[in-house]
Design a protein around this ligand. Sequence first.
Ligand code: NAD
Ligand code: UDP
Ligand code: UDP
Length: 314
Amino acid sequence: MRILVTGGAGFIGSHLVDRLMENEKNEVIVADNYFTGCKDNLRKWIGHPRFELIRHDVTEPLLVEVDQIYHLACPASPIFYKYNPVKTIKTNVIGTLNMLGLAKRVGARILLTSTSEVYGDPLVHPQPESYWGNVNPIGVRSCYDEGKRVAETLMFDYHRQHGIEIRIARIFNTYGPRMNIDDGRVVSNFIAQALRGEPLTVQKPGTQTRSFCYVSDMVDGLIRLMEGENTGPINIGNPGEFTMTELAETVKELINPGVEINMVENTPDDPRQRKPDITNTKALLGWEPKVKLRDGLPLMEEDFRQRLGVAKKK
Ligand code: NAD
Ligand code: UDP
Ligand code: UDP
């Protein structure tokens, strides 16, 4: 198999590349513009004969010959996707169009990493794939939410119109080693704050919920989806649901019991609750997450300690 991973220098992408490279029959090509990813995430593969890294922006056409495309390229953290919202839309719309054009030309199967953000601030809880969402079309998150919604539409129209083999994963909040330390996402923020001895910043009201999936479980789900027979969209996430106050308390207890928890202002359109319904994922992919939050957080702590240069107290 020759496999293209767009956004493969990012957090989830680089873990996916690690897993794909374990199979000696795979050749992996990564295309990434390094907006939020970095070569360092892939350093163990650079120079490997079955691996190739291309600096490429997916909003430009790409000519390669591949059997499968994992299309991840897109900033995932609110501070980065809001930084240049027009570019975020181009990445989601033109970038996905280009990867579909490529899939069509070479007859490749293509998987899109969509997001639980397509459910917006959901009025149905937990969220099944059949729920159409409650999304603000003109808000500051819309470049991402609506961008991914159009990307899903493009996937289905290429499937219906051109017979392309598609797979759509709706990813819920994912965490683990190699997350950007200062990307503003809640788990990376809390762990970095706890290690630096700074107060944990819980955005008000603190009762909003998220469900956090450890990255190894996520990669396993993505590969199962690609290899299986279902187009999706299918939820991939961990149904364990926590309020942000509970998350802060857990990080405090596990990493630095001396740290304070501060309530700070929130950003607009923050979804109040989010939890995947994974009934279909279990039935169709035979997948469910294995790593509990309390087991995953220490694995991420270890990686953050190394990168921040904070040794563990004996
Ligand atoms: P990330 O920011 O670490 O990775 C995204 C990668 O895409 C980066 O390497 C970045 O440089 C690259 N990229 C961005 N724009 C590009 C462009 N125009 N051309 C080429 N490369 C580009 O984020 P991640 O958490 O690894 O997310 C990967 C995918 O999963 C994204 O599509 C994201 O929307 C989706 N997702 C992630 C989460 C999560 O919790 N991490 C949740 C839902 C969906
Ligand atoms: N495309 C690409 N690589 C390819 C084939 C197509 O990047 O190998 C791009 C192409 O530049 C176009 C998009 O994919 O912008 C959609 O291609 P398609 O053939 O579906 O549409 P058309 O070119 O007819 O608009
Ligand atoms: N959040 C928080 N403190 C932070 C960063 C985020 O309390 O330092 C909250 C934020 O208000 C949201 C949740 O954590 O309710 C998840 O935010 P994140 O940006 O990680 O992901 P997303 O909103 O895309 O799910």
